[in-house]
Design a protein around this ligand. Structure first.
Ligand code: FMN
Length: 190
């Protein structure tokens, strides 16, 4: 297992599950290993919001870890990897990470990512935000978590939903230092 080259991808039960699916597709196309953990609601969102099945999403990962399996390698900080992305990230999962309340494997993996000082990126999706949401995100930002809201820009003239999704996924890859061509940068020819 080349776990140290893997990205942990967490899909939680917020709207915008397509962002997480697209990240898995792009990482796969780039030949980057993917350790996937989906919460129970995350799996439901695949069915609710897309024409795909959870099995099809699972097939995009190098390895799939069940959200109730604390015997998974992801439950240990010793699992070497290049960081974790929680995409989309529900406000419940934001709260769990902020409190260190690791009662599913996604939360435990995020907790381990933080305690080991590895990059953690969350793509929160909720609107409007109350002060609890904001305080929890501030707590995470203060310990070095990248808060990358599911808020695509429009300056690159998106024509399709795919263009909007790719802008957010491209921003995630930018933050991880992974080269891509998912969107045209401002003032970039092409
Ligand atoms: C259709 C649907 C859409 C939802 N959208 C959001 C959302 O955008 N953001 C959010 O924080 N929670 C949303 N929720 C609520 C979460 O699914 C719920 O809080 C759940 O407990 C999250 O659990 P998880 O983070 O372990 O997946 C949604 C639920 C449903 C059924």
């Amino acid at each position: 297992m080349k776990g140290n080259e893997s990205v942990i991808v967490g899909l939680s039960g917020a709207s915008g599950i397509i962002y997480g699916i697209r990240l898995l597709e792009v990482l796969k196309d780039l030949g980057i290993e993917r350790d996937l953990v989906m919460t129970a609601t995350g799996e439901e969102m695949v069915t609710i919001e897309t024409g795909r099945t959870p099995a099809e999403v699972r097939a995009l990962a190098s390895r799939v870890h069940e959200s109730d399996d604390f015997t998974s390698p992801l439950a240990s900080g010793g699992f070497l990897n290049r960081g974790m992305v929680v995409i989309p990230c529900s406000m419940k999962t934001v709260a769990g990470i902020a409190c260190g309340f690791a009662d599913n494997l996604l939360l435990r993996a995020a907790d381990c990512t933080l305690k080991e000082g590895r990059p953690l990126i969350i793509v929160p999706r909720e609107t409007p935000l109350n002060s609890i949401h904001l305080k929890n995100m501030l707590t995470l930002a203060e310990v070095g978590v990248t808060i990358l809201p599911a808020a695509p820009g429009f300056y690159h003239r998106p024509r399709t939903i795919d263009d909007l999704v790719d802008h957010v996924v491209g921003k995630v890859l930018d933050r991880m230092g992974i080269a891509h061509h998912l969107y045209h940068r401002w003032r970039e020819e092409g």
